[in-house]
Ligand binder design. Structure first.
Ligand code: KIV
Length: 245
């Protein structure tokens, strides 16, 4: 699984053969320039996901429910999840939280909306967690195991494990019957997800330990753009071959 936030990226990722595309609320950091996922709105999620579903012909598309779109009540969660699926064309929603979201997940599954869970480091809880830290270390492991069980019992079809010690992610993966999708959770999960901007090297600054940069796209873009500026200024571009006759 990889994230995408627009038509161009989604069609490339889809044609490359990915199983599933997540329109993550990481769109807030990667595309919209927010410093966290907290400000992302339902409208922004729908806008980006509509573009992704136009580009993705085969992959399963999952849309993230943003902060405060499912926290008030089960009725609110059903209304917003239904709207997001209807308007965006996504196949499933993802929402953050384990035990405390059990009833919400169950209610969405009951109205035929497939749900992917997300436990461990849940970025919408960054203010409570006090930063982006590995979760489930030491005594916290037991509560993460309970979260995983709750998500499965509620009827989710899979669960993201984010920033969880490798051994614990393995234990959870072996315990559950639904697939675990890891990000910073080691190699023993059933699947993996990464933010595409991280994989392609589109960000300059801090890179988390779990990210593998497969390309330095920022560097490549910088050099292509500087090349263009130079060629326009010097009159090399456009030449005769890029002109109409
Ligand atoms: O928003 C997102 O991109 C995510 C992934 C990091 C799993 O939730």
């Amino acid at each position: 699984m990889l994230t995408s936030y627009d038509y161009a990226f989604a069609s490339i990722v889809d044609q490359a053969g990915i199983d599933s595309i997540l329109v993550g609320d990481s769109v807030g950091n990667t595309v919209l320039g927010y410093t966290s996922t907290i400000p992302v709105t339902i409208e922004e999620m729908i806008h980006h996901t509509k573009a992704v579903t136009r580009g993705a012909k085969k992959a399963l598309v999952v849309i993230d429910m943003p902060f405060m779109s499912y926290h008030e009540s089960i009725e609110q969660a059903k209304r917003n999840a239904g709207r997001m699926i209807k308007e965006s064309g996504a196949d499933a929603v993802k929402l953050e939280g384990g035990t405390r979201m059990k009833e919400v997940i169950k209610a969405l599954v009951d109205i035929e909306i497939p749900v992917m869970g997300h436990i461990g480091l849940t970025p919408q809880s960054v203010n409570r967690m006090g930063g982006y830290k590995v979760q489930g270390k030491g005594k916290e492991a037991e509560s993460l195991i309970l979260d995983a069980k709750a998500v499965e019992e509620a009827g989710a079809f899979s669960v993201v494990l984010e920033c969880v010690p490798r051994k614990l992610a393995k234990e959870i993966t072996e315990m559950l019957t639904i697939p675990t999708i890891g990000i910073g959770a080691g190699p023993d999960c059933d699947g993996q997800v990464l933010v595409i901007h991280d994989l392609l090297g589109l960000f300059g600054g801090f890179r988390p330990k779990f990210v593998k940069k497969y390309l330095d796209m920022r560097e490549e873009m910088d050099s292509a753009i500087k090349n263009y500026i130079e060629e326009v200024r010097s009159g090399v571009f456009p030449d005769d071959s890029h002109s109409f006759h």
